[in-house]
Design a protein around this ligand. Structure first.
Ligand code: BES
Ligand code: MN
Ligand code: ZN
Length: 488
């Protein structure tokens, strides 16, 4: 539970009071009430602690109402992500001390109280994430924070609103992490339908296309990719309709490859276990839809589609050289069966655009290893046919701390996909792998404004941050999408 207190923070009686501190330009000790300053000034003078970003300092305070003080540095001009990271630092310290109650206070600064309330709570919730459901030994059972009390410098009302936004966004992102953490044998395509149907109880309609329906619709992309698997594929469609008449529709599509062995173009075994994360785009879309169900946006319809499949080698698997017909009739020569994401997305994009006539489409996919070569683990790749939609997504990325970087598209790249025997081939050669993958998708979106996010570098092993697990899935994309929908 989170509350915003209008009492004096000196009255706070819980396990720990965390104080966010701005580093003063002149290097002086930050100004604080004497009872707190008393604990800060000696370490400050000794040079042991400065209010730099990433620094924190815990003291025991028998003479105060609270048991501990945690000083947390913000640097001299924190932005939203700086506050989020301070929240993550607080979460790590709380977990270490197994705290169940916590207060957070801050001084007046240039960010608004709603920004700080939102970001600090997001940081704490995201930073408290653990996944230990498959550990049977209970040596270190996770202790969770029960009660968080906020003491903003001013603006209690906005702070409360910010904190409420954060609770929804962080819960969604943690839900995406939960899905991604499930291994391939537990999280099969059918699990996406189970999840979808359970979300379908909250203001969303859920429809699941089974293999038979996909055959009837001639979705040769997802059927071809999945044909080597004993697990049936699924196409999960979640719809939210807002109260406003004639509102625009935003379509979200997420790659839900529950395991990508590469198929007949088998991947090397080293690191192949990470390919259970090849459904992170789908997880982000499901998680964003969960938030849509909770927040019920007033003026935009949102549809989420997750094509879910498994890419396995077997005697029934699709083979290099095979030609498939995707939804809508375009034919594709499959040169490399490991370039499977674009095949399932082709069906989902073409189907979603035809069925829902969206004003904009965003797809998220762990699509290419090449995006890691280009951008590392710090930003995802963005490729788009529309500058206005790109600007919106870039802005949502900045606000959420899930950063994007645009790469170009163009006919030179599309030309790399020319096939001798079909409309297209599914790979464009060694050069510009991330761009040719997106150029392939572009063939299926027509003129609809579309943004593709290649999250292969950020969905796990994301850039080091206190509120993101160092190993395992980050939930990347869920909060960006939520921000985009909130500001649509
Ligand atoms: N899921 C992978 C992309 C991937 C690779 C994500 C490494 C994260 C880490 C995708 O299906 C794939 O295998 N892409 C191939 C495309 C190639 C065959 C053109 C790749 O990137 O190697
Ligand atoms: Mn692959
Ligand atoms: Zn893949």
């Amino acid at each position: 539970m989170i509350s915003v207190s209008n009492k004096a923070m000196s009255a706070y009686k819980g396990d720990c009071l965390a104080i966010l501190l701005i580093q003063p330009e002149n290097g002086d000790v930050p100004s604080l009430p004497q009872e707190y300053l008393a604990h800060l000034s000696l370490p400050w003078q000794a040079g042991d602690f400065k209010a730099e970003a990433g620094q924190s300092f815990l003291v025991y305070t028998p003479e105060l109402n609270c048991q501990r003080l945690l000083f947390v540095g913000l640097g001299s001009e924190p932005d939203r992500d700086g506050i989020r990271q301070a929240g993550g630092t607080i979460a790590m310290a709380s977990a270490k001390k197994k705290l169940t109650q916590l207060a957070i206070a801050w001084q007046e600064q240039s960010l608004t109280s709603s920004d700080i309330g939102e970001c600090v709570v997001e940081g704490v919730r995201l930073g408290s994430y653990t996944f230990d459901k498959y550990k049977t030994s209970n040596d270190t059972p996770a202790v969770s924070l029960k009660k968080i009390t906020l003491y903003p410098a001013s603006g209690n009302g906005p702070c409360r609103k910010g904190a409420a936004l954060a609770e929804v966004a962080a819960r969604s992102a943690n839900m995406a992490r939960d899905m991604a953490n499930e291994p391939g044998n537990k999280w099969t395509p059918e699990e996406f339908s189970v999840q979808g149907r359970s979300l379908g109880q909250n203001r969303l309609t859920c429809t699941v296309l089974t293999e038979r329906e996909m055959s009837r619709l001639k979705m040769g992309g997802i059927l071809g990719v999945n044909q080597g698997s004993s697990q049936p594929p699924r196409m999960v469609v979640l719809e939210y309709h807002c109260p406003k008449k004639n509102a625009e529709t935003l379509l979200l599509v997420g790659k839900g490859l529950t395991f990508d062995a590469g198929g007949i173009s088998l991947k090397p075994s080293a690191g192949m276990e990470d390919m259970k994360y090849d459904m992170c785009g789908g997880a982000a879309v499901m998680a964003a839809m969960a938030a849509v169900g909770e927040e019920a946006p007033k003026n935009v319809n949102v549809v989420g589609i997750v094509p879910a499949a498994e890419n396995m080698p077997s005697s029934t698997a699709i083979k290099p050289g095979d030609i498939i017909t995707t939804y809508g009739g375009k034919t594709v020569e499959v040169i490399n069966t490991d370039a499977e994401g674009r095949l399932i997305l082709a069906d989902a994009l073409a189907y979603g655009i035809e069925k829902f006539s969206p004003a904009g489409v965003i797809d998220l996919a762990t699509l290419t290893g090449a995006v890691i070569v280009g951008l590392g683990h710090h930003r995802c790749g963005l490729l788009s046919n529309d500058d206005a939609l790109t600007a919106k997504v870039e802005q949502a990325g900045e606000q959420s701390g899930e950063l994007v970087w645009r790469l170009p598209l163009g006919k030179e790249y599309t030309k790399q996909l020319k096939s001798q025997v079909a409309d297209l081939k599914n790979i464009g050669g060694k050069a510009a792998g991330t761009i040719t993958a997106a150029a392939f998708l572009q063939e299926f979106v027509g003129d609809t404004p579309w943004v593709h996010l290649d999250i292969a570098g950020t969905a796990w092993g994301f850039t080091e941050k206190s509120y993101v697990p160092a190993k395992g899935p980050s939930g990347f994309g869920a909060r960006l999408l939520i921000e985009l929908i909130r500001t649509w």
